[in-house]
Design a protein around this ligand. Structure first.
Ligand code: HEM
Length: 412
């Protein structure tokens, strides 16, 4: 079976090279070649099956024979995988307690506990506050004249909103983004030892901080999500202490990384396509469809993995239990069999079957919140900074899984 797939051109020959700066800067030509190749292509370097067509990615995300984890059905040893090294145990225990790395029934229980805080209706009630924060941030950035659209504006909105939701005191927030950045380094493919060590250090500091905060909130609840989680964990049967910490950190990480990169990638795409930017400037009513289209056009999360829990077939390739798939969201989002003018920004694209928020049981819990934040901050930027322009070409961070720019220097 694996031999069969090896007869086609290899992933590296097609240009799939997540460690190469040139690939990270523009993965789309290589992803198009992958998509035109076999429906599942085994990549020797990662030992993952690359799946890149929209219909396949969409179906597999909903397929219960796959899982984000396999540890609920087998041990690492049973699947011939090494246990994480002892010095990384704290990090992997924390990640393993998060809903995104759980399958039912634990996933269902954990997701249910926080889902009401993120429903479209709850998010609708947050809009005035999000607008207040966004308006002030845009005003502060405008006063700078020339600034980094990411550090001085785009990253501050999701960080502030999620920190307020959880009830993280203002004075502590500056720590959160570096902890998130470092912790998530291990999601990349083959992270180097230095990155792994940074992730462990960040995870320990983050965990200690959240445990202290939970203790305080338990003593004196303040009506925020952290107080709620701490009290539920205290009651004992619905949420363990580790899960409480893992949930808070997952929300902070997710709120920081994907949202920040997504907003920044979207603005960079607009700067490179002046006609689209001009059309959006001329008609702010396009913002709701435009933000979804920009997330399709250059998703901040181009690939997610799945474990094969029961044998599956993708086309004529049989993939047995124990194998791993790499679902190429960025390739699926540009699949010409689903999207007309797939490589263009079509601001009023509707319907838009983009997969940037995933699908199935792990569909992004924060999607309504992220979309509300984007909608508001894009409008405020368009209104207050109508001539916003790039000062210099940005560079991409050397990361593929959480793909984003180092900085985005602009002038008002
Ligand atoms: C543009 C911004 C965002 C993008 C592109 C994004 C993307 C995604 C994707 C693709 C998944 C599913 C992963 C998979 O199936 O393997 C996911 C899951 C998740 N996201 Fe987001 N996300 C964004 C923003 C947020 C925000 C703001 C939050 C929370 C505050 C959030 C919280 C979560 C959580 C908790 C999960 C796990 C859900 C589960 O396992 O059931 N995300 N996100």
């Amino acid at each position: 079976m694996i031999e069969n797939a090896r007869t086609s051109r290899s992933a590296i020959e097609l240009g799939y090279d997540p460690w190469s700066p040139a690939f990270v800067a523009d993965p789309y030509p290589a992803l198009a070649r992958l998509r035109d190749g076999p429906r599942a292509l085994f990549d020797e370097r990662t030992r993952q099956w690359l799946v890149s067509r929209h219909a396949d990615v969409n179906a597999l995300l909903r397929d219960r024979r796959l899982g984000r984890t396999f540890l609920h059905v087998a041990t690492n040893a049973e699947w011939g995988r090494p246990d994480p090294p002892a010095e990384e145990a704290d990090l992997w225990r924390l990640l393993g307690s998060q809903m995104i790395d759980q399958e039912p029934p634990d996933h269902t229980r954990l997701r249910r506990l926080v889902s009401t805080a993120f429903t479209p209706r709850t998010v609708e009630r947050l809009r005035p506050r999000i607008d207040q924060i966004a308006t002030a941030l845009v005003e502060d950035a405008a006063a700078l004249g020339e600034f980094d659209l990411i550090a001085d504006l785009l990253e501050l909105l999701p960080v502030t909103v999620i920190a307020e939701l959880l009830g993280i005191p203002q004075a502590d927030r500056a720590n959160l983004r570096p902890w998130s950045r470092d912790m998530t380094l291990v999601f990349e493919l083959h992270p180097p030892a230095g990155d792994r060590a940074r992730a462990v250090t960040a995870a320990r500091a983050f965990e200690a901080y959240i445990r202290d905060l939970a203790r305080e909130r338990r003593r004196q609840p303040t009506g925020d999500l952290m107080s709620e989680l701490a009290l539920v964990a205290d009651a004992g049967d619905r949420l363990t202490e580790d899960e409480m910490v893992g949930t808070a950190i997952l929300l902070l990480n997710a709120g920081h990384e994907a949202s920040v990169n997504g907003a920044a990638n979207s603005w960079y795409a607009l700067f490179r396509q002046p006609a689209a930017l001009a059309a959006l400037r001329a008609d702010h009513g396009l913002v709701p469809t435009a933000i979804e289209e920009l997330l399709r056009f250059d998703t901040p999360a181009p690939m997610f993995e799945r474990w094969v829990l029961e044998d599956i077939e993708i086309g004529d390739v049989r993939i047995p239990r124990g194998q791993e798939l790499a679902l190429q969201f960025a390739a699926a989002n540009r699949d010409p069999s689903v999207f007309e003018r797939a490589d263009e920004i079509v601001l009023d694209r509707d319907p838009n079957a983009y997969l940037s928020f995933g699908a199935g049981i792990h569909y992004c819990l924060g999607a309504p919140l992220a979309k509300a934040e984007f909608d508001i901050v894009f409008r405020r930027i368009l209104e207050r900074l109508p001539r916003l322009a790039l000062v210099e070409e940005p560079t991409w961070k050397p990361r593929f899984i959480l793909r984003g720019l180092e900085a985005l220097r602009v002038h008002a």
